[in-house]
Design a protein around this ligand. Structure first.
Ligand code: ATP
Ligand code: LTN
Length: 335
């Protein structure tokens, strides 16, 4: 039987960014070739911070369109929206009841996000976010969960919860492996190249969006912050700006940074920027155009997501039923 993988990205902006694309999406697209892949849009996670309702619905569609435009094939992979599959919320409750206050309080993403909103104002949803994520994963019994470095702690918690449940109630869950891809590029902010590129970064020019116009993408690359000196060399500590541009180039062109150093020996920063801008536009322009094309027919997108949700529910239903039976819930009589 083909092994299964599962992952998701929050629909918390109008566009995915270059970090999401090179750090995760490119890897997902490859994985669907050899795995039974489940990719979903965690809209329930998105509401752990305030979202405008109309924006959220639109962003879910935009995220789905971008998944597909990047190469996720909805025929081959199961592509769905989290809130369309009620078993996620149902299993999340059971997971919450297995989790200790102490271990939940140690989650660094929770601590960071709670600090940002001022701990008194942080919603309880932020606290239970990792247990919902555990439910997302365990419902589908995946062999592994391809995520970035920042999600490692949540997958570790998921493994602990699976083991704890199995121990308390008898073998039920497969304990998933953590798959942080070694090849997944870590992309930094173009204006502040020691911070990771993120939707919540400080300068809009530091964030390269997949849905940006060609002109905007090129401009952001050309105005990226560079370092003192003039040598084009990969050295994360001494030359964070140039190293970031070389990483992006390397991830897009498939050339190793050392090869690029040779290619750019004796040339100026400006040359690297101009050529990288062309490469980015050449690669991401068609992705954006395809996403926009898909968004012209929201009915078709919704239908496709409905088919994905159906497939996901069929996989999730028996797992939740087993969990309910194991914890001792009285089966509801039919009718
Ligand atoms: P936030 O604005 O909350 O920081 P984000 O931009 O980091 O969000 P997520 O939705 O948390 O995006 O991440 C989706 C996926 O993209 C994860 O697997 C994550 O590891 C990966 N990812 C996000 N930013 C980068 C980056 N700068 N470089 C490489 N991978 C990234
Ligand atoms: N927390 C993840 C998104 C996410 C996820 C998941 C990833 C929610 N549920 C299950 C993998 C598996 C993020 O912010 N990137």
């Amino acid at each position: 039987m083909t092994e299964r993988v599962l992952s998701g990205m929050q629909p918390s902006a109008d566009s995915l960014h270059l970090g999401n694309y090179l750090g995760a999406m490119v890897n997902w697209v490859q994985l669907q070739e050899s795995y039974d892949a489940f990719f979903f849009i965690p809209d329930m996670h998105a509401i752990t911070v305030a979202q405008d309702p109309a924006d959220l619905a639109e962003r879910v569609r935009r995220t789905a369109a971008q998944y597909i435009a990047c190469g996720i094939d909805p025929e081959r992979s199961t592509l769905f929206v989290q809130s369309h599959v009620p078993q996620h919320a149902q299993l999340a409750w059971v997971m919450i009841c297995q989790t200790g206050m102490g271990e939940a309080g140690r989650m660094t993403q929770f601590k960071d996000k709670a600090a940002k909103s001022g701990s008194e104002h942080a919603g309880v949803g932020l606290f239970t976010y990792p247990m919902l994520q555990a439910a997302d994963i365990l419902l589908y019994q995946p062999h592994s969960v391809p995520v970035g470095e920042d999600q490692k702690q949540h997958v570790e918690l998921t493994r602990n919860l699976a083991q704890r449940f199995n121990h308390r109630y008898g073998e039920t869950f497969r304990v998933p492996e953590l798959a942080v891809p070694a090849s997944g590029a870590r992309i930094y902010d173009l204006q502040n190249p020691t911070a990771k590129m993120s939707k919540s970064g400080e300068s809009p020019n530091g964030l390269l969006n997949l849905m940006d116009t060609d002109k905007k993408m090129a401009k952001k690359i050309r105005s990226a912050v560079t370092d003192d000196g003039s040598e084009i060399r990969f050295d994360r500590a001494a030359k964070p700006g140039i190293s970031n541009l070389l990483s992006i180039h390397s991830a897009l062109s498939g050339k190793a940074p050392s090869e690029l150093e040779e290619e750019y020996a004796g040339r100026m920063y400006g040359h690297l920027k101009v050529e990288l801008a062309e490469l980015v536009v050449e690669r991401l322009g068609p992705v954006r155009d395809r996403a926009l094309e898909l968004l012209e027919d929201p009915g078709e997108l919704d239908a496709l997501l409905a088919r994905g949700a159906q497939k996901a529910r069929s996989a999730a239903e028996p797992v939740l039923a087993e969990v309910y039976q194991k914890v001792g819930f009285l089966p509801a009589a039919p009718g």
